[in-house]
Design a protein around this ligand. Sequence first.
Ligand SMILES: [Ca+2]
Length: 320
Amino acid sequence: MVTIYFYKVRVSGGSTFAVVSATTGGDGIPAFDASSYVLNVNHTHQSVLRVIHSDGSNQVLTSQASFTSSDPAVATVDSAGLVTGIGAGTAAITATYNGQAYHAAVKVNVDTHLKAWYKFDETSGASAADASGNGNPGTLNGGTAWITGKIGNAADLAGTNGYIALPSSLVSGADTITISAWVNLDSAKNWTRIFDFGSGTSTSMFLTPKNGANGKIRFAIKNNNSSEQIIDGQSALATGGWHHVAVTLNGSTGTLYVDGAQVGSNTSMTIKPSDLGATTQNWIGRSQYSSDPYLDGRVDDFRIYDQALPADEIVALAGL
Ligand SMILES: [Ca+2]
C-alpha cells in the first residue's frame, strides 16, 4: 500500500497554493463533502472535493478534479461535479485529482407518490419527458410550442387546436390524488381545460379556469354519466401572469388551491380517480367535449401524485 501525503507550496506571483503529492509528511488527504448521500430522481447534488491542511486552512479542489459515475443510469455527474439522480439504485461518484481517486456513494430514490412530472423544459420536438422516473411521456399536438416558462421552459398552447396527450390509465390506480401545475393564460374562454382526464364525455375529471355556469375556476369529476361532483373557486383564474393551481382528493374531501391558498372545497366527493377506470383521453389543454375551446396559454411543471398533498406542501409547490 502506498501512502500519499500532500503539502502546500507557494505559487509564484500569487497567494494561492497548490497541493502536490509527496512521500514525506504533510497535510490531509482530499475528501468529498459527503461520502454518502441520498437523492431523488431529477434532483441534484454539487460535489465538493476539499483538502484540509494541518494549519486548518482548506482548499477546494473541485474545479481541478475530473468526475465519473459508476452507473449513469442511476446518477450522472458533469465535469463540474454536479450529480443528478436519474433512476433508482446506487452508484459511486469518483473524483480523480492528481492521479488519485476519491469516492462518494449516492443512493437515488424515486418519489413513489409522484406518478408523473412534466417539467416542459424541452426546446424542440413533440415529446414532453416525464421527470418522475415512471416513464409516462406526454405528446404535444396541434398548435403547441416550447416557450420560456415559470421554471425553465413551458408548453405554449395557442388556443386553436393545441393540447398535450398523456398516456392512458395515468390515474387509474389513484384513490387519492394531487394534480398541480403552473398556468399563464393569454385569454380565458368558458370551459377551456387546464386538464381533462377521461374516456369521453360520460367519464372524466377536469379543471377549467373558468366554467360557463358561474364564471369561476372549477374542478369536476363524474363517472358513467353520474352527476358531476364539483369544487368551485372564488373567481376565474386570472389571465396575464403565472398562477399555481392544485386540486387534491382525499377520501370524501376535495380541495382546490390557487397560488397556494385554498379557494374551494367539497366534503361530499365520493368518486375517486380510480373509479374512472382506464381513462383513454388524458389531456392537458383539451376538453372531452369537442365543442369546448382549447386552452390559450402556457403550462409548466405539471405534476400528478397518487396522494393528497397537505396544504403546506401545496404552498411549497406554489413557491417554486
Ligand atoms: Ca419548466
